[in-house]
Design a protein around this ligand. Structure first.
Ligand code: ADP
Length: 547
């Protein structure tokens, strides 16, 4: 190689390096390279091949250097061919990543197939790849009208140039990726429902998304470049905010960065609202920037306040109710005890009186019955009062179920002497003969159910008590054909002092303690009480106890 040629090639590398460093537009760099190479080599035609849109082959970029219009066959082939791995010089270079030299393309199998006997007007051809990190991104191709043997030094220089141009493509890709990342971030920030604010090191606002604009009542254009503390903070915080920034910049220390703080935000009209803010700092190109997410917590504060108030009111009500409850218990206890003694005396004397006159006897009976009723009421009240304190003492023993049922039926009959109800006692299965229970409490519970059946059903309708085994338990069911209970009342009838509308409207005697007592007794025995009812048809209450 001549000294002069050598110098020309070296300066070619220098030139292309300069071009490659100055641009990140591959096409522009490739164009410059095509011209320079044509000039230095004296080859008349330069051509650029690029990947096809589908990435499966290479095609002409339509970029030619030199008088291509003088070579219509060549132009036609380039414009219409997809250069796949086995097709043409470009296809070979793209597939192998290696330069290709053909001293006479009309005799080269690679090109012959494309020429199909036509004379392209050129002979020698060489091409080299532009190799980026992702592989071959372009092919530069040159044609001469002469037959020229392979020039190894020239090809080596071209390979080097191919790598230089590859850096251009790589730089572009890195830049595009970074830009895409920035765009994505910008979109996220814009769409965020949280306010987002950035400032430079001195605190001048550089970023202000639409949520921030909405929250602070200031448009982006109004705030960009303004000092952040003067824009979003009430007067009293401004100096501290500025000082904090300065402290961080000089000492690297901060009480604020990375922490969730609750502060006040200010609007242009001076009004304030509670905000939650997280600030962090980033360092780019040797300077600090600050960023913050801001959340308007007005609603949260309001809800917290409301909750606190509701809780306090509730606490006051509970305290008041407890006081009332205690007072009521004390009152009931006193009155019941005071009633009990004279009632016992009255009942005792009534039993001793014996009158043979039928009229007087009926009067005596009525007095006895009513005294018994009063005594029952007093006992219920006393029981209710003690039981509320959780003091039910169960004196458990083996109790024959039939005996308890009979006891209850007897007590009810005595009480309901004037009303003629037919109380039927159902067959008691051999398997349910005994339960472990407190005899008196059990009689009392069944009596309460029976006396309700009597109270809430018309005379001359049957009432049945039926006991039967039920999976390791004994169920005692009391059924009447009375007024029944509305569905919405049913779950509440076991509450203490609860009476249905019907009981109140018809002034049926009672205070709403009977079923509550039954439930308490059932639970003290590890059992349950349940009810089913059809209004107008009747009810069944079932007391279930462990056998
Ligand atoms: P009381 O009978 O003293 O009102 P209870 O606790 O015994 O209190 O009963 C609560 C309520 O349940 C009654 O007010 C009554 O309305 C309803 N109730 C209880 N037993 C029956 C029944 N067998 N038929 C219809 N309603 C009933």
């Amino acid at each position: 190689m001549s000294r002069q040629r050598e110098m020309a090639l070296v300066s070619l590398i220098d030139d292309i390096t300069a071009v490659a460093n100055a641009t990140d537009d591959l096409e522009e760099a490739a164009r410059a390279t095509l011209s320079e190479v044509c000039e230095v080599t004296g080859w008349p035609l330069g051509h650029l091949g690029v990947p096809a849109g589908d990435g499966e082959a290479f095609v002409s970029a339509g970029i030619w250097i030199g008088p291509i219009e003088d070579f219509p066959v060549l132009r036609e082939i380039a414009a219409t061919t997809r250069f796949t791995a086995g097709t043409g010089v470009i296809g070979r270079v793209a597939a192998t990543g290696e330069p290709v030299w053909s001293r006479d393309m009309t005799a080269d199998p690679l090109a012959v197939r494309l020429l199909r006997g036509r004379d392209p007007g050129v002979r020698a051809v060489f091409a080299f790849p532009v190799i980026a990190v992702d592989g071959v991104v372009a092919v530069l191709q040159f044609f001469s009208e002469q037959v020229i043997p392979r020039d190894e030094p020239l090809l080596r220089v071209m390979a080097a140039i191919g790598y230089q141009l590859g850096r251009v493509a790589d730089r572009r890709k890195v830049r595009d990726t970074a830009q895409a990342g920035r765009d994505r971030l910008q979109q996220i920030v814009d769409a965020s429902v949280e306010g987002f604010i950035s400032t430079d090191a001195a605190g001048h606002i550089t970023e202000w998304n639409s949520a921030a604009a909405h929250m602070f009542g200031r448009a982006r254009e109004q705030v960009l470049g303004r000092l952040v503390h003067e824009t979003i903070m009430p007067e009293r915080y401004r100096r501290a905010d500025q000082a904090g920034r300065t402290r961080f910049l000089t000492t690297g220390q901060s009480n604020v960065l990375g922490r969730r703080l609750e502060l006040a935000g200010a609007r242009p009209d001076g009004s304030e609202f509670p905000i939650e803010i997280v600030v962090w700092a980033t360092r780019e190109a040797n300077t600090w920037a600050f960023h913050a997410f801001v959340h308007d917590i007005t609603e949260r504060r309001r809800a917290e306040q409301a909750l606190r108030q509701a809780y306090e009111t509730e606490q006051q009500t509970v305290t008041r109710l407890k006081e009332l409850d205690t007072a009521k218990d004390a009152f009931i206890a006193t009155v019941s005890h005071e009633l009990r003694t004279p009632l016992t005396t009255l009942s005792g004397y009534l039993e001793l009186l014996d009158d043979t006159d039928p009229v007087q006897r009926r009067m005596l009976e009525a007095m006895t019955r009513n005294a018994a009723r009063l005594q029952n009421l007093v006992e219920d009240l006393l029981a209710a009062n003690t039981l509320t304190g959780g003091e039910l003492v169960v004196d458990a023993a083996a109790v024959p179920v039939s005996q308890a049922v009979e006891g209850a039926v007897r007590a009810t009959r005595a009480q309901a002497r004037s009303s003629s109800h037919l109380i039927e006692v159902g067959i008691i299965d051999a398997g349910v003969q005994t339960v472990t229970a407190d005899h008196d409490l059990l009689v009392r519970a069944i009596s309460a159910l029976l006396s309700n059946a009597v109270k809430y059903s018309p005379i001359n309708t049957p009432i049945t008590v039926h006991a039967s085994p039920e999976g390791g338990q004994v169920a005692v069911a009391v059924t009447d054909h009375g007024v029944g209970i509305e569905a919405e009342d049913l779950p509440r009838v076991f509450e203490r002092f609860y009476r249905t509308r019907y009981a109140q409207d018809n002034a049926i005697q009672g205070v709403g303690l009977g079923l509550w007592l039954v439930k308490t007794i059932a639970e003290a025995h590890g059992g349950t009480i349940t009810a089913t009812s059809t209004p107008g048809e009747g009810s069944t209450f079932t007391l279930t106890l462990p056998a």
